[in-house]
Design a protein around this ligand. Structure first.
Ligand code: GSH
Length: 200
């Protein structure tokens, strides 16, 4: 059975959310979240959350887990198939969520939440906030009047993006001035699978 190493309010929510959307059985191993004083300190394979086990296999990186779960157990759900017109955009947004968009957000999170010297690093934080906001402005324009990232509807790329947007909202990088993203985040938050995963 799939086992998810999970700490509430971290990226492991992406994996629980995906599994709930798919209605797959899984087991949760709750992990104490101890990122201070240094990262990779969690008592879990590879030191960070999430991690995923499936039999003898254990892996890290939430985006890679999403791809693994879908190709192994998705039965064609939540991702346009290879060759579909939406496939390139699906891959693009799936990776944009964790790499381009989350990179500056994680600087803000790390500096504000886990270090004691945020005041001395105000310029670094301000720079990361601007870089993150530019990425979200780009996404805001992309959303237009769409409900989800892809014309073909809700996909696992939205799951990857949902966590990134929540972190950006929690740290004041985006707010209701990003009207499309605000509506999109609320749409994602209302999905029963995310509501259920958030309570675990
Ligand atoms: N790119 C990785 C990032 C994993 C990551 O940094 N997870 C955070 C929680 S959201 C963590 O474990 N932080 C504690 C640490 O860095 O030790 C992924 O998407 O899984």
């Amino acid at each position: 059975m799939l086992k998810v190493y999970h700490a509430p309010r971290t990226r492991s929510i992406r994996i629980l959310w995906l599994l709930e959307e798919l209605g797959l059985p899984y087991q949760i191993e709750k992990v104490a979240f101890t990122p201070k004083p240094m990262p990779f300190g969690q008592d879990v394979p590879f030191g960070k959350v999430p991690a995923l086990s499936d039999g003898d296999m254990t892996m890290f990186e939430s985006g890679a887990m999403v791809e693994y779960i879908l190709e192994r157990y998705g039965n064609g759900r939540l991702a346009p198939p290879v060759g579909h017109a939406d496939r390139p955009a699906y891959l693009q947004w799936l990776h944009f969520a964790e790499s381009t968009a989350f990179a500056p957000v994680s600087v803000v999170v790390w500096m504000k939440l886990y270090r004691q010297d945020a005041e001395q690093n105000a310029a670094i934080i301000a720079d990361a906030q601007v870089r993150a906001a530019v990425a979200f402005e780009f996404l805001e324009k992309h959303m237009g009047d769409s409900e989800y990232l892809l014309p073909s509807g809700f996909s696992a790329a939205d799951i990857m993006m949902g966590f990134t947007l929540n972190a950006a909202r929690a740290f004041g990088i985006i707010d209701e001035r990003f009207a499309k993203l605000d509506a999109y985040s609320k749409r994602l938050a209302a999905r029963p699978a995310l509501v259920k995963a958030s309570a675990l």
